[in-house]
Design a protein around this ligand. Structure first.
Ligand SMILES: *[C@@H]1O[C@H](CO)[C@@H](O)[C@H](O)[C@H]1NC(C)=O
Ligand SMILES: *[C@@H]1O[C@H](CO)[C@@H](O)[C@H](O)[C@H]1NC(C)=O
Ligand SMILES: *[C@@H]1O[C@H](CO)[C@@H](O)[C@H](O)[C@H]1NC(C)=O
Ligand SMILES: *[C@@H]1O[C@H](CO)[C@@H](O)[C@H](O)[C@H]1NC(C)=O
Ligand SMILES: *[C@@H]1O[C@H](CO)[C@@H](O)[C@H](O)[C@H]1NC(C)=O
Length: 372
């Protein structure tokens, strides 16, 4: 009886580990922070040190989210030097975990979801107001973070701002630039154009805006990931759009209404996530590989020649899982949180002990002990 019980508990905890997720973000000094890589949080330092002989610093500390949700996302609040983590904890899906990058400490902000669905949305954090805007199903919601760099004891609330003029099956792709939310891949909007929500007037602009490439071609009308390039202190003016097939990176500039096509990432992972500083676009793949494309605002010739490199100071301390993105169907997606699995030679069910943390194994074993 002991063995079947142990196995079923292990399978139970493994299924929780399957959806563990990492995320990357920058602090205001443009240190690259990688959360939950091999189960730990890291500060990789500034861009000049990512590929050198330096070492990432382990910043794992108490109060961090469990990072057990498949869709964890991170945002930089530039005024407060805080990282806000959404969907960091399946047991409390609407909570916002706050990492104060100055104090290097975590707190958890309670949030009332109301009609907001934390399992289905895309969101941006508005630079100037520190308000989240999220499109979930057919509504635009907002969540005012005030100037929080640590949680307040009073819960915050998602507010249903208004109904969006998009079909309810639209899978949102959102990016912020010049206080305007850009919606890509909106049904019926041509390739190369975005729909716009003007934050200060709470206004869905009825006409789309075109952002052509210099040769007249257009970024594709397809699902993908989008993230804004920061400015040293002001509101963002450009954002990167990476189509799901990773074929290219499109940088859309909302000042000039133009797009530049740059090299697509080396690792073509449809589940990869992205985050940009002022001078780099960073990719995090689902097996925990972190790579970057250097970027110089306004320097099209340098950007056109730029190539992707791995952030080796992270891969040396937190090696990517050997399980590939394509093996997610067999339940090994949690590679990003695997504990030093480069030696695991994992294959199928036998890799369960490798892909989830010792903590969960311990929990499963003590549950077994409790049963006896
Ligand atoms: C993650 O996002 C996908 C796509 O929006 C959604 O289908 C799925 O339910 C989400 N998972 C969780 C655990 O929220
Ligand atoms: C970009 O497009 C907007 C909206 O159509 C327009 O107001 C603005 O003048 C354009 N900017 C340039 C540089 O063409
Ligand atoms: C225009 O430029 C893009 C990006 O470099 C390229 O993919 C596309 O093939 C070009 N289109 C034409 C018609 O030259
Ligand atoms: C682009 O960067 C190169 C190399 O740093 C520099 O020589 C050139 O002047 C820059 N051009 C522009 C337009 O900034
Ligand atoms: C991580 O995933 C990428 C594809 O997304 C793959 O090319 C790479 O080999 C994987 N890394 C390891 C260590 O398995």
């Amino acid at each position: 009886m002991f063995l079947p019980t142990l196995v079923s508990l292990l399978l139970l905890s493994a299924s929780t580990a399957v959806s563990a997720r990492s995320c990357v973000a920058f602090d205001v000094n443009w240190n690259l922070l990688a959360f939950n890589l091999d189960g730990k949080d890291w500060n990789a330092g500034t861009q000049d040190s990512w590929t050198g002989s330096g070492q990432a610093t382990d910043i794992t500390t108490t109060g961090r989210p469990p990072f057990n949700d498949a869709n964890t996302t991170c945002y930089l609040s530039q005024y407060t030097n805080a990282i806000y983590v959404l969907n960091g904890d399946t047991s409390s899906p609407s909570s916002v975990y706050i990492y104060d990058a100055t104090a290097k400490s975590w707190t958890t902000q309670a949030v009332t979801a109301g009609s907001f669905d934390p399992s289905s949305f895309d969101a941006i954090l508005d630079h100037d107001t520190n308000v989240f805007y999220a499109l979930s199903h057919d509504s635009l919601f907002s969540l005012d973070m005030g100037l929080l760099k640590a949680a307040n004891s009073t819960p915050l609330s998602w507010t249903n701002t208004e109904t969006a003029p998009y079909p309810s099956n639209y899978q949102p792709v959102m990016a912020l630039a010049q206080n305007h939310i850009h919606f890509l891949d909106v049904p019926g909007v041509p390739a190369g154009s975005a729909d716009i929500f003007v934050i200060h007037y709470s206004y869905f602009q009825p006409e789309s805006q075109a952002y052509p490439l210099p040769n007249g071609s257009a970024f594709p009308a397809t699902y993908g990931q989008a993230t804004s390039f920061f400015q040293p202190s002001d509101v963002q003016q450009e954002f990167a759009f990476i189509p799901q097939d990773s074929s290219a990176v499109y940088v859309i500039n909302v000042e000039t209404n133009t797009t530049q096509a740059l090299a697509g990432p080396t690792y073509q992972d449809p589940d990869a996530t992205y985050f940009a500083s002022v001078t780099a676009l960073v990719q995090l793949t689902s097996n925990g590989t972190v790579s970057f494309l250097p970027y110089q605002e306004g320097n099209t010739s340098v950007n056109a020649a730029a190539t992707w490199s791995q952030v080796s100071v992270l891969s040396s301390v937190a090696p990517p899982s050997t399980t590939t993105a394509s093996s997610t169907a067999t339940g090994t997606k949690g590679g990003a949180s695997a504990t030093g699995s480069s030696s695991s030679g994992s294959n199928g069910a036998l890799s369960i002990a490798n892909i989830h943390s010792g903590l969960m194994l311990g929990a499963a074993l003590s549950a077994v002990a409790f049963l006896f």
